[in-house]
Design a protein around this ligand. Structure first.
Ligand code: AVJ
Length: 325
């Protein structure tokens, strides 16, 4: 602990090497192979995601940031003066600043509780402490579920739970809706949820966003194999796999895959697995669901929440939704 204003907790060992090994043994073991996207975010993967946010094709981050900076004052009018900011999947905490700026205008003591599966959490918090001298941070390195559990142990201060970047879109169909219900069940009468969701749009725009010409998304996707090589002693040959991103219109989502370019066997010793890949075989690594405004309203309602405001950019690419009980 380097600053008295920063506390980092790791309530569960849910993100340990052992659970990584167990999880991939299971998801690569069957006939239809997949890797959970939560394993993307080692130090290198987190840095690569930060880089994705700056490639021209990936409009999500800039669009969300521009909406956030435009609506700052209005968002502030919904917040009680003692509101604590809780952020699910805070990552590098760059958009967080736009919310902290709103809070700084009205609060004497600011409290921020980021929840992220990546170790980069502590690092990104240090920058915030420098820039916000009245800020206290409790960082939770854990999965969303672990983090939400921790929420229930806190005092009565009202929370603004920020779940940005369309990260809800990573859940499988049905599970995103369930997770929204789970968040709602953790919310008190004075809590609010700020949800950032990517809107459905032309497939060309979406596929470009997930397959940028600089190849950053490709490196991000394939980095999970490098991570298995390092942490699980695997022997993936990176040149024998390729990045793929496809829009699935009927499911309204981008699907990311790693394609095996050859018939090959890979050993993953720590997972006790030997995995055979056929040429052209796809390993499903991520879904990114895209939403419509009516669907968002319905999801929020079904979670037992009311919609207080919906903000969009001028081109209707992205939506920020403020909800409460
Ligand atoms: C951080 C999950 C919202 O799905 O857009 C970016 C991750 N994957 N490019 C997304 C991601 C490929 C991102 N989320």
């Amino acid at each position: 602990r380097l600053s008295p204003r920063l506390h980092c907790l790791r309530p569960h060992a849910a993100v340990s090497g052992e659970s990584f090994a167990r999880d991939v043994a299971f998801t690569l073991g069957g006939s239809s192979k997949s890797i959970n996207p939560k394993w993307f975010y080692d130090d290198e993967g987190s840095a690569l995601f930060g880089q994705i946010c700056t490639v021209p094709e990936y409009y999500i981050t800039v669009t969300e940031s521009s909406i956030l900076s435009r609506i700052g004052g209005e968002l502030g009018s919904f917040l009680a003066r003692d509101t604590r900011l809780v952020e699910l999947g805070s990552g590098l905490s760059s958009k967080t600043r736009l919310i902290l700026d709103v809070m700084e205008g009205v609060q004497d003591e600011m409290e921020y509780l980021p929840i992220d599966i990546s170790d980069v959490l502590a690092e990104s918090c240090h920058g915030l402490l420098d820039d916000y001298p009245r800020l206290e941070i409790t960082g939770i390195i854990d999965t969303y579920h672990g983090g939400l559990e921790f929420l229930s142990t806190l005092d009565e201060r009202p929370n603004l739970i920020a779940f940005l970047g369309s990260s809800l879109g990573n859940f499988d169909a049905g599970e995103g809706e369930l997770f929204l219900k789970k968040i709602a069940s953790c919310m008190g009468e004075r809590d609010m949820l700020l949800l950032g969701l990517d809107l459905d749009k032309e497939s060309g725009v979406l596929e470009a966003a997930y397959d940028d010409t600089q190849g950053v998304t490709a490196r991000f996707n394939l980095n999970v194999l490098t991570r298995m090589n390092r942490e699980l002693g695997a022997n993936f040959d990176l040149s024998a796999f390729a990045h793929r991103a496809k829009y699935n219109g009927s499911a309204r989502r981008i699907e990311m895959y790693i394609e095996s370019l050859a018939d090959q066997d890979v050993a993953i010793p720590a997972a006790g697995a030997a995995v055979r890949f056929g040429r052209g075989e796809l390993v499903h690594t991520e879904n990114s669901h895209k939403y419509t405004i009516p669907r968002i309203r319905e999801m929020v309602r079904e979670a037992g929440l009311g919609t207080d405001a919906i903000w969009q950019d001028e081109e209707n690419r992205y939506a920020l939704v403020l909800c409460s009980k």
